[in-house]
Design a protein around this ligand. Sequence first.
Ligand SMILES: [Zn+2]
Length: 474
Amino acid sequence: MSVTCCSETVNRSAAAESLVVKAARLAETLEQGVQAFIEASDENLGDIELQIEQQSRELLRAAAEKAAQKKADLVPPICPVCQKPLSRVSQGHQRSFECKFGTITIERVRGYCKRCRKWRFAADTVLGLEESAGYSPRVQEMAALLASKMPVGEASAVLEHLTGVKLPRATLDREARRQGQRAQKLRRQQDEQACQNPPKAVQSELVLEPYQMIIQLDAWNIRERDQWGQTRELRRRAQEPERWHWVYTGTCFRLDQRGKTAGGRPVISERGFVATREGLEALREQLYAEALRRGLGQAAGALVIGDGAVWIWRLADDRFKDARQRLDFYHAVQHLAAVGRALFAEDQTKLKAWLKPLVRQLKNQSAVKVVEQLEDILVQLPKGASAPAVEKELNYFREHQQRMDYRAGQRRGEPIGSGAVESSCRQAQCRFKRPGQYWTPQGDEALLCLETFWRNARWHLLFPHNRQSDVSKN
Ligand SMILES: [Zn+2]
């Protein structure tokens, strides 16, 4: 290198050199580690994995810091919100951020936006640091993903153990909620887009096979406490502060994307998932948008499956009015069993002998025949204790008779139960219904929203650094 080169070149090559030097030093340390590992009789691969990880961290951190600084230096002083040039621009504003490899510190330019009337750091936006309390996009993502999968106390410990990233419980919670609120905003935009510009109908000659859209609905409840600090006062008035709220859940998929594993278990290759505690209207609009994204517009028909809950059929009539409706087969069987219990009380042998042919008939023949038999039973019953119970169930079967086309459904290869949505509910409950857990209405909706982005394979829309790899699963 020439000693007469300008100072800028010297600075740049010194900065470039530092990574090379650090890498060389690391390589030497790693070689020594390998030697020590070979000689240590009580160490297995896990020991050296951990050691390599810890020793490499500083090099990775330095590389991230260098990259962030170089990128920040290139950002012009323009307001990232309104694109107007910034005024009163000054250099050298330091800030530290937690990244995956440790703390990085960068210097940024600050300027005032006269239009927004705000001080702006344009570099923060370019680096993806503006919507965070000092965390890099990768760490923001980690907080969001872990908090939507496990309680934050555990998430904090697991994160530090597996990655070395230190995020105290309260900070992780705050960061995850912030990301969840961002997800809710993005969901609203996405849903509006899906409804305004639904995917164009594919030309008929291009449609290979007409398909059915299957929509399943269910609900479960979550425990919330939104009257903090008022417990005593409420109890004095003989009220309890905790409240249960419904989380409405829906799933939708194309029938031709439902298949079976080698072991015969049904699998769905692509399916949309919606969960919200913001009420039925929110579910209705979110599910409709999701169904449009999954191809409702091009479907030959649609089928809504759910248990007997009234809201399900109202929602279906309202938003999916051309769809056929089907009552979950398992729920229908439970109502038949209720008749059996009314007739035979605790006599399990008689109950089973009575129930089995009826269940088979309901599944493989028709609901009409089942209704006829229940009518006969009711006529012959003395006006005793079990008659009202049988009559109640008979009315249930009459009401849902049109939704019990199980034989036709099976012939068309359609599901006769709402197992897909029920399994989604069970999975969500593993996270949201733990002993002693209370949620705030804002907190649970934010995390539920993160979960839907993950499950719908749209995680990369929230965290674009994942756009190359499809990390979410259905
Ligand atoms: Zn502005």
